[in-house]
Write a protein of this length. Sequence first.
Length: 726
Amino acid sequence: MSRRLTLPVPVCGSPRADPLVAPVPVRTDVLGQGTSARVSESRRAARGDRDATLLVGHGMQPYDISHRPVISAPADRPARPSRNDAEAALVEHYPRLVRLAHTVLPPALGRHRRVLTAHSLVQRALSGADRSRRGPARPGPALPAQRGHDDPALAWLRERVVAGALRTAARPSRLRVRPLLPVVLGLRLFPRAGGDGELALERELGIVAPQIRAAFALRVLEGLTPGSTARLLTAAGVADARAALQDAERLAATAGTDAESLLHGAEFDACTVQTRPTDLLRRRQRRLLVVLAAALLLTAAATATVTLRPERETRETTAPASLALAVDPARLVRAPGQLWADTARVDLTVWPARGARTGDTALLSRALDAWARATLPPTADERAGLRVTLTPGAAPAPPIAPAQLLFAGTVDDTAVVLLYDRRRLVRYAEPLTGRGPAAVELALADDTDVTTGAAVVVGRDADRARFLLAPWIDRSAVRDLRRPSRDGAPLAVSPHGLTDPVPRMAGDCGRAPVLELRSSARIVEDHSFLLADLGDLTPAHLSWTPPPTTGTLARQPREATSAAGLAAWGRSACSLTALGGTGVRAVNRWEFAEHPLPGGVGRATWTCTRAEDGEGRARVSVAVEATSGTTRPVPGPVPEPTDTAACSRFGQHVLAGTYWTAPSGARHYLAAGSRRLTGVTARGAVSASVRGPLLAVRTTAEGPVRLTGTVPGAGEVRGWGEGGLG
């Protein structure tokens, strides 16, 4: 049954008659003394004298905001409106402002406190209005604002609401003071649970910075232009509004065209709320405690100030509404066994549930519970006895919807469960011998494909690892990159897709084992590829881009299973050891230049190795290799960039140089660029200029050199540089 909570202002939309609505005994001092009368005066002038209600309970529809055009706010900060104008704007746009505040506030506040804080921020925004200019009340119902224009009073309130929400979010949790008003006693309020799309958007907003949430809400929810959004954020105290706006635009692009409709859904509606009682047993204990404390004070005839903290919100009220469903093993998603063979999306989402214990409800329940506990602070009691590992980029958040079950079984005296929520891969490991704690590992695993979603580590020790292979893998072998001319050794796979143990890469680079897998002809013909175990849940895909030819088209990355590709990776295999545990998903070795060495003593090959993680960030290294077998790394920028386009399809121009000493003792400075460079200039310890992408200068210098290259239509290209210069 729905319930109605009467408030002294029109809070969440127009009231409606409902003979079945019953009042609930809740104290709600919404605007405080002295404000209700002024708002009533403004309300009568603007909308007529009528009661207003905050609708709470089940079955109520969310507040509906129609689509609005993009609004261009004034270039300057909005002036303080008169008290009447501010009150009328607040009453008219109250649900809109509350939704904005609720979106910006951090989910860590908890659902009940977040709702009350959103209302408090909007109501307190009125306090800054110009009391000296009360002005006349707005005559009659206000006409809608003209297209492309914003109400000055609304713009002023919007800025104050966003600034207040950002200040609240910036405070440490221990310094966040609960709002004095409004007050709700004996009940917990929270928005109704939304659909999967709303829950996914809420999760994404919860892991970004407050200023990004604010920019996202202003652009998508309020419809402000980028310039107006940046000005408002700057006025609200955001140091780098441009960066926040760029991150918000990327988030909006990820959310897609439904972002606005999702933000107007029930999950973000802090006006249409549900109620639950507080912990009744704890409330009774607190009443008893108060009585005993009062008796003790009277007996001792002493004066004391007793501050009783509000009861701590239980996990049930602070966790997402869907957590109970997400940790229910009966709701785990199980893909059909042959879905992978008849779909255009070949990735982890089409993996069937495999393993001998997929029906073990107790094991699955422990795995889901451990996943939820793994996202708690490390000092929490619930984390005791649980070892947690987070791969870079993986969000430490509990499941918000039922996950997909990939595997449940026993691997080397350990019960293992693999779960996937379309963004993160989760491995739960429980020792059957009773030695050691259970372990949970979370890894970023979105946007996988036929190669990056082809294998998952199910067990690993210091010397070996075992993998679960994708259902589309037909053949598997183990190959040593350090011995590229040797054929791979066949790798046995169980009916459930589990491999035999595979040796790990030696610390001294004496061996470099990789998986050589071949996809089934049911999805792609004659496709084999290499995967390297770098210490994460998913092995990294190794590819190779051969050196340029005399043609005009750029060479594209390709699988490194050919004789030339294997030989190339044989020279770079030892560089993979530096990438362990960094969340790398794919590594490409690009041979961007090749030329004879001075004196006719062989050839030099210039390589750029790009290692990308699941979020698209990359680490890049450049080296020059001689036919004698020596490899010389070219020092790059300092500090090393962790998010660069260099050596990708968006950074195809590269230039690097280094000193080289011939077997005869002659010293040279060598520089080489990618195929489109038409000139190279060296300055510093070596001064020279040549046409074309190659430079070789005999010199006795030893100092740093600054390189620049010329690319038609693209200007100058800075060199990767010696010692970080360039």
